[in-house]
Write a protein that binds this ligand. Structure first.
Ligand code: GTP
Length: 596
């Protein structure tokens, strides 16, 4: 297709504002899927996504649309909606010239949508504001049209009103996309350059790579080169998705489609990388490529130690489809053999964990998530700490922690509550704007460590569920951080070490020692539980001694019953872990590690 007849766009929307329903409706109206095989939510492939109602992997569909005499090709590029995937969002936006900003007419815009809108504006996309679900009785199109017009410019009357459910207004939206979104520009005679905006592992076909052609063209059966690594591959197949894969004889300027090279691992076909022709390579890659950087780490351990090899194989398999996942074996005194795994954020952690448990039938313990610290020692050595128990002792010059820029949207009555929470979490207010008279946008700088654990829940409960949050990484800062160790009878229990702000150390120590006292069974001797910063003890609890005599219950001489009880006691012992001379059931660690 000639570039003048191509329109590349994405839909920016908050979870549940109806993106999938609208996308389905567009596929039907353009004849790409027949109503009878319109599966619910065509674009979301993995069932885990469907259940959680989120889109993780972006993909693209090509739809024909006739306007006047001209047959246009509309490429709809799916963007992931969650904060953990900002980089992937930014790559899929970079593949488009326009964005439909879709907002639930009964809810108004949310923080995540706002963040993605700003990202789209930075990429100079043409923004088409649209209110969805206007069939709902609770819809307030007048109010939210004014809000949207205030954000993106233009008049409230020009904000389109649609219903993905009934189909109302969707044809007008397709027309408007043709009118408003600019056609792609590129140099057809230059060496080929195409940007990878997604890459997905398929069991049968290997890695399927989604690209947006910028200059020149890519043709079937030529050799292609990945510009970040210079690796070359044979192009086995190239085509477009509409809605299934359709082979074409190439992709030219502005076109969006897929390619298959036979590689088996998504890391050989990286999101953001530039594909060029091996026999006539471009000089410079397209901008914007970054390696995915894990921000949050957690230890993953099988509850049953004999599942360790299964866990390793499962992680290897998931990695084929998730370039951002990385892990290293680690052992813990308390938990045995496992892995330290790096994630993009908390949602990424939850998704990976859930897939491991569901698809590979594993029962896992995960340690409390932590961020990465950069420690500089007085002698100048630098240490990167991804596991709190490895925090160096000795003379530390400074510790740096990652920070984020966070956006909170809240009804104005909760501004005070949000301020209180963010201040408690060492936040700094950068700015505040009223979107309308009763909705406020607050911008904060916060340590990532303060929001990885329970920040979102706390925010929701203090605002009765009304506030929304988005954040993006924003470098690091020096902070007064210390490691708190937990000791059982003088032995350090690695899984409970935490790096916390100096002012919060005492609280953490008291909380953990109290919690452990509850769950550690009494032993034959007294067991002190201590919290320490370096050599200094900051909290202490004691588990008192007992003499456990299981036979006391058996008066009389029934020997077989006695034997049974002794057997049972032995069974119990097998599930115990020894920390020094203290026996602790594994379940105790599990319940101590789960958040309250
Ligand atoms: P994610 O895939 O989770 O990002 O959600 P989504 O934004 O794709 O939302 P989805 O299309 O799954 O719709 C969310 C809910 O809103 C579903 O229960 C839909 O049935 C409902 N919904 C979507 N569009 C409309 C609409 O136009 N009107 C009404 N009344 N309900 C709608």
């Amino acid at each position: 297709t000639a570039p003048e007849l191509i329109r590349n766009f994405c839909i920016i929307a908050h979870i549940d504002h109806g993106k999938s329903t609208l996308a389905d409706r567009m596929l039907q109206l353009t004849g790409v899927v027949q109503p009878r095989d319109a599966r619910a939510q065509y674009l979301d492939r993995m069932d885990i996504e469907r259940e959680r109602g989120i889109t993780i992997k972006s993909q693209a569909v090509r739809m024909p649309w006739q306007l006047g005499e001209e047959p246009y090709a509309l490429n709809m590029i799916d963007t992931p909606g969650h904060v953990d995937f900002t980089y992937e969002v930014s790559r899929s936006l970079a593949a488009c010239e326009g964005a439909v900003l879709l907002v639930d007419a009964a809810q108004g815009i949310e923080a995540q949508t706002l963040a993605n809108l700003y990202l789209a504006m930075e990429h100079d996309l043409e923004i088409i504001p649209v209110l969805n679900k206007i069939d709902l009785p609770a819809a307030q199109p007048e109010k939210y049209a004014a809000e949207l017009a205030g954000l993106v410019g233009g008049e409230p009357e020009d904000v389109l009103r649609v219903s993905g459910k009934t189909g109302e207004g969707v044809e007008e939206l397709l027309d408007r996309i043709v009118h408003r979104v600019p056609a792609p520009v590129g140099d057809p005679d230059a060496p080929a350059r195409a940007m990878i905006f997604d890459s997905v592992y398929d069991t049968y076909r290997g890695v399927v790579t989604y690209v947006r052609a910028v200059d020149g063209d890519l043709n079937p059966r030529e050799r292609i080169q990945m510009m970040s690594t210079k690796a070359t591959h044979e192009l086995l197949e190239i085509g477009v998705i509409s809605p299934e894969a359709i082979k074409t004889n190439g992709l030219g300027v502005g076109e969006v489609g897929y390619l298959i090279t036979g590689v088996k691992d998504v890391r050989q076909s990286k999101v953001g990388d530039t594909v060029t022709a091996a026999n006539n390579p471009a000089e410079k890659p397209l901008g914007g490529y970054e390696d995915p950087k894990p921000m949050v780490f957690s230890g993953l351990y099988p509850i049953d130690g004999s599942d360790y090899p299964t866990l390793r194989d499962a992680l290897d398999k998931l990695k084929l489809n998730d370039a951002a996942l990385n892990y290293e074996p680690e052992t813990s005194v308390a938990l045995g053999f496992g892995f330290r795994v790096g994630f993009l954020g908390l949602l990424h952690l939850e998704i990976v964990r859930e897939r491991l448990e569901r698809e590979f039938d594993l029962d896992l313990i995960s340690t409390a998530p932590n961020v990465v610290y950069d420690v500089t020692m007085e002698d100048g050595t630098e240490v990167k700490v991804t596991n709190p128990s490895e925090f160096p002792g000795g003379r530390i010059k400074d510790v740096r922690e990652p920070i984020v820029k966070a956006t909170v949207l809240t009804p104005s009555e909760f501004v005070g509550a949000v301020m209180g929470l963010c201040t408690d979490r060492r936040g700094q207010l950068d700015g505040m704007d009223y979107l309308s008279e009763d909705r406020v946008e607050l911008r904060w700088t916060l340590p990532l460590a303060e929001i990885v654990f329970d920040f979102f829940d706390a925010l929701k409960s203090r605002t009765r569920g009304y506030a929304s949050l988005d954040y993006e990484p924003s470098g690091d800062q020096a902070a007064d951080l210390v490691k708190v160790d937990i000791l059982l009878q003088g032995d350090q229990v690695d899984a409970f070490s935490a790096i916390v702000h100096k002012d919060a150390a005492y609280e953490y120590g008291v909380k953990m020692t109290a919690k452990l006292k509850e769950i550690i069974p009494r032993q034959q001797f007294e067991v002190p539980i201590q919290a320490a910063v370096g050599a200094r003890i900051i909290a202490r609890e004691t588990v008192r001694a007992i003499r456990k005599d299981v036979l006391a219950k058996c008066y009389g001489g029934d020997i077989s019953r006695k034997r049974k009880l002794l057997e049972k006691q032995k069974e119990g012992k097998k599930r115990m872990k020894n920390i020094g001379s203290v026996e602790v059931p594994k379940e105790a660690f599990i319940s101590a590690l789960s958040s309250d």
